[in-house]
Design a protein around this ligand. Structure first.
Ligand SMILES: [Fe+2]
Length: 207
């Protein structure tokens, strides 16, 4: 963003996912910071048409579609049918930034009230929430990293979110709000580099 005599000029460019991934890969490790990556995502909006090789939807579950993996980050497109949402989860000290090339999603944050790692007990309390739309990429709050992403049925649309995770990671802590339990799950990609890796019934969609 640049400011001239009280005017605010937003310098954002529409880029292909290939360009986006290449530019992201070119950020040196010492500059791969919260602020820089968030600014990068705000300045480089991905043209959803270029995501076509990675867009697979399933009525059974949201899908995770790996686009790029480097030692520094993973870039994943998640496809949500209307009404689908994630489990309440925590990326366990990995940074996470999110953009929404198509549709919109709601992020619900939770505070950990009490937990006992020896038994798996974990009590959560809902806290803040916000929307992510195409012009408002966001990051997971490191001070309150337990969250849930929902493409609410009331939004009336599919959604595609683009996630940058740093570093790449394979497990995630998930929570059951009512049962007050926490546990680790292994993350599984639905597709990797456009190749199907899952038994889910999938629909490949160009938006
Ligand atoms: Fe997340």
């Amino acid at each position: 963003m640049r400011h001239f005599d009280g005017w605010e000029i937003i310098l954002l460019r529409m880029v292909s996912i290939q360009d986006f991934a290449d530019r992201l890969s070119a950020i040196p490790r010492e500059r791969f910071t919260r602020e820089n990556v968030l600014a990068f995502m705000r300045d480089n909006r991905v043209d959803v048409k270029t995501l076509a090789p990675y867009l697979f939807f399933s009525g059974d579950h949201y899908t995770r579609n790996l686009i790029r993996r480097t030692p520094m980050f993973e870039l994943i497109a998640i496809c949500w049918e209307s009404g689908q949402g994630s489990a309440i989860h925590n990326h366990c000290d990995q940074r996470c930034w999110m953009a929404v090339p198509y549709g919109k999603v709601q992020v619900l944050n939770f505070q950990v009230v009490r937990r006992d790692n020896s038994t798996g007990f974990c009590e959560l309390r809902p806290s803040t929430h916000y929307l992510i739309e195409p012009d408002s990429p966001q990051e997971v709050d490191p001070e309150e990293p337990v969250h849930q992403v929902v493409n609410a049925a009331s939004f009336g649309s599919r959604a595609v979110t683009l996630h940058v995770y740093s570093y790449p990671y394979e497990t995630c802590e998930v929570y059951d709000l009512k049962a007050m339990r926490a546990g680790m799950v292994r993350l599984v990609n639905t597709t990797e580099f456009g190749v199907v890796k899952s038994d889910l019934k999938l629909e490949k969609v160009a938006l």
